[in-house]
Design a protein around this ligand. Structure first.
Ligand SMILES: Nc1nc2c(c(=O)[nH]1)N[C@H]1C(S)=C(S)[C@@H](COP(=O)(O)O)O[C@H]1N2
Ligand SMILES: [Mo]
Length: 413
């Protein structure tokens, strides 16, 4: 068994499988995961803030930026993770498979890390296509797995710290015959002067130091392949979040400028079951603060002072687009029912059911002069798909909170 495992490792040895490569790829991958974790947490708390949290409404495209980075870094993880797995998978065949309790924890944490990351990035990518082919709630699972990933990554890094620090800067060295020269610590235990065990020496065992037989993939070929793949998947999808790359966007699901009023739509009026209620002459926007309430019809809203703002829709599913909106400034409108500076609002849609039928808006957004109850989009009357008769548009918020087909706006008591 032991021979078999060692032979498997030897058979899989190739120039790109070395500790330096594993370290460099690990650095890139860890950076991408940490960026995804940070931007993901930000998105999470924007949607489910803790009571003491206040957010900046500036820059108005702040969320567009963090979400664009989140999705782009997540997509970059595909080639990086595949490359890393390719580099280290001969380590799967360690002999003996488990040496002691620490070694078990080390291998278990990697197993959890790899499994969780694959599920995370695959479901994340599928989510950008607005496709939910699984029985679990995407958002909660994506959130929970991110902690599993960061936790197991921390354990993994702790175990590999000796190797990581040694190969952080150091290049591989090769002897005249082209064979990889390993430090004493990186020798497989059976080569290392009779020493077996010992954490450092056995953490990672790069078995084959023999001159490479004609390798199928050279080290340079490997780096070029991975580099090209990473740049390509990023460049060919990032246009969904970053406008200057839009012309290169071939894979991402949303194209900018496509849709009613030149803007993509997320949930349609039909799906939200508002096809009748949205165009009904009985529609009123109800404003309420405590006992004071006021109903306004479309004509009355139009008669109020109209403002114009440029704000993006930045969807959690990865696309974003800047648009021009016209409508009534929210804080002026709510002043009619006695809005106070610290008031938080609850927005309710005509939509019958759906996760984004109702949202809460903190005072920082309510007080921002660019937050509008929008009646027009890109120079035309708001299309029913975009929330006719009236929808919310505020700076720096995820698209999910830009409530369409508004019905009531009330101060939360
Ligand atoms: N009432 C309601 N408003 C909604 C949604 C919804 O499902 N219901 N979807 C939100 C999401 S996820 C996004 S990204 C934006 C998209 O706005 P658009 O369809 O006008 O582009 O609307 C938001 N407003
Ligand atoms: Mo969205």
């Amino acid at each position: 068994m032991r021979r078999l495992l060692l032979n498997m490792q030897r058979a899989l040895a190739t120039p790109s499988r070395n500790p330096r490569m594993a370290t460099v790829l690990g650095r890139l991958l860890a950076t991408a995961f940490i960026i995804c974790f940070g931007t993901g947490l930000y998105s999470h708390f924007l949607q489910q803030p803790l009571p003491w949290m206040h957010f900046s409404t500036w820059p108005p495209n702040g969320y567009q930026l963090t979400q664009g980075i989140h999705i782009t870094a997540g997509i970059a993880c595909f080639p990086l993770l595949l490359a890393k797995l390719y580099t280290i998978y001969p380590q799967l065949f360690q002999a003996p498979p488990v040496r002691n309790i620490l070694h078990f924890i080390e291998r278990a944490s990697i197993t959890i890390f790899v499994a969780a990351s694959i599920v995370e990035i695959v479901t994340g990518l599928i989510n950008t296509y607005q496709w939910y082919p699984w029985p679990f709630p995407f958002k909660q699972v994506h959130f929970a797995l991110s902690f599993v990933i960061i936790g197991s990554l921390a354990v993994h890094i702790a175990f590999k710290l000796p190797i990581i620090t040694r190969y952080w800067r150091k290049k591989n060295s090769y002897d005249e015959s082209g064979a990889l020269v390993l430090d004493e610590e990186d020798q497989p235990p059976e080569n290392a002067s009779g020493r077996v065990g010992g954490l450092t020496g056995t953490v990672m065992r790069w078995i084959d130091t023999a001159p490479p037989r004609e390798p199928a993939v050279s080290r340079r070929g490997f780096i070029v392949t991975i580099g090209t793949a990473a740049v390509a998947v990023v460049a060919l999808t990032a246009g969904q979040s970053f406008r200057f790359l839009d012309s290169l966007n071939v894979f991402a699901p949303r194209r900018s400028g496509i849709g009613p009023d030149d803007l993509p739509i997320n949930r349609t009026a039909k799906a939200a079951q508002v096809l009748e209620s949205a165009i009904s002459p009985d529609w009123r926007l109800t404003l309420r603060r405590g006992d004071v309430s006021k109903d306004l019809d479309y004509r009355q809203l139009k008669a109020l002072q109209q403002r114009e703002v440029q704000l993006p829709i930045a969807c959690v599913e990865g696309w974003s687009q800047l648009a021009t909106w016209r409508g009534v400034r929210l804080r002026d409108l709510m002043a009619e029912v006695g809005l106070q500076p610290g008031d938080t609002l609850k927005l309710t849609s005509l939509e019958v059911r759906g996760g984004y039928r109702m949202t809460t808006m903190g005072p920082e957004y309510v007080q921002d002069p660019t937050t509008l109850v929008a009646l027009e989009l890109n120079g035309a009357v708001l299309d029913i798909e975009h929330g006719y008769p009236a929808r919310m548009i505020a700076p720096g918020r995820p698209g999910v909170l830009q409530t369409k087909w508004l019905r009531t706006i009330e101060v939360v008591s």
